[in-house]
Design a protein around this ligand. Structure first.
Ligand code: DON
Length: 304
């Protein structure tokens, strides 16, 4: 038997002593108002047991972590047709990089960089009756938790400062890889990224990927193959130009966000989320990565 609670407690004791906690993201002004000392972990085993430490019940902005959920909804609605519009290769570049998009004629490298997630947002704006409401209901349904909501201040804050995302969306439009108007697609995208969730809620939302497509309430939301493919994309693309480092250090598929959250999973075993708002220079949670490295080392559990 693994002493999960003991291991989470050890991790907590280690990280609170770290002097360098990384830097809070400030390019979305509203994200700057977060306590740099916040730290939480939640672990949800597929068998149903849960363990936590620290601020695991505090809500934070999930940002890019939402890209996995929007991809899941798009794949469940449209199937493999989405792959005509974007690729599944790691980009080796920052999440908001633009020149590769120009070079590759408007086909984003993968759905987890901003340009790829904007294409997925476009798919959802086309196929959903009420995109923002339907996406929110999808996430609430995955978790069985109707308290999950958008943070409208964060969405607005990004809308008025999101110049690089406007640039990416305009470039996609110029290559005919956006069906809807730039403003409509980005309005959806900024709301999607503004979802406010706790570590505990995130592990519930990602249960579907670790559980062969069945969500926490045992409803089938994805095919086994879709759950497998989305996990593979997390492993190769979930941390942008640090995807190799995350696989090397942690050895799990996962996804980060500039709000300081990371969710990672071991198929058929567990989902784990960490929140530590300070980021490293690649835009991933500094202590979050460190905590997950310690977790997979001490539990001896990873996909490798
Ligand atoms: O589009 C953006 O820049 C943000 N809404 C999300 C970026 C993000 O979370 C990158 N993740 N590490």
């Amino acid at each position: 038997m693994i002493d999960y609670q003991g291991i989470l407690n050890n991790i907590y004791q280690t990280v609170i002593l770290e002097k360098d906690k990384g830097e809070i993201a400030t390019y979305i002004p509203e994200l700057a108002n977060v306590d740099k000392n916040a730290f939480g972990i939640h672990l949800h085993l597929i068998s149903g047991e849960t363990f936590s430490v620290g601020d695991s019940e505090k809500k934070f902005s999930i940002q890019s972590i939402s890209k996995v959920l929007s991809l899941a909804l798009a794949m469940s609605k449209v199937g493999s047709d989405i792959w005509n519009r974007l690729d599944v290769e790691p980009s080796g570049n920052p999440f908001n990089h633009l020149s590769l998009l120009e070079l590759e004629e408007g086909i984003p490298r993968n759905p987890l960089i901003n340009s790829g997630a904007i294409v997925i947002a476009d798919v959802l704006v086309s196929v959903l009756d009420n995109p923002k409401e339907d996406f929110l209901n999808f996430v609430r349904d995955l978790t069985g938790d109707s308290s999950i909501d958008y943070d409208l201040k964060v969405a607005y804050s990004e809308k008025i400062t999101g110049y690089r995302n406007y640039a990416a969306a305009n470039l996609l439009k110029s290559f005919n890889n956006l069906e809807n108007e730039v403003d409509d697609v980005l309005d959806f995208y900024f709301h999607q990224c503004s979802l406010n969730m706790t570590c505990a809620q995130l592990t519930k939302a990602f249960f579907v990927f670790a559980n062969k497509g069945k969500c926490l309430l045992e409803k089938t939301r994805l095919t086994k193959s879709q759950a497998k493919r989305i996990s593979a994309i997390m492993l190769t693309c979930g941390f942008y130009d640090e995807a190799g480092e995350f696989a090397f250090e942690v050895g799990l598929p996962g996804k980060s966000g500039v709000g300081g959250g990371i969710v990672a999973l071991l198929p058929n075993e567990f989902v784990i989320s960490v929140w530590a708002p300070g980021l490293n220079e690649r835009g991933n949670s500094k202590l979050g990565m460190q905590a997950l490295e310690q977790f997979t080392t001490e539990t001896n559990q990873s996909i490798f």
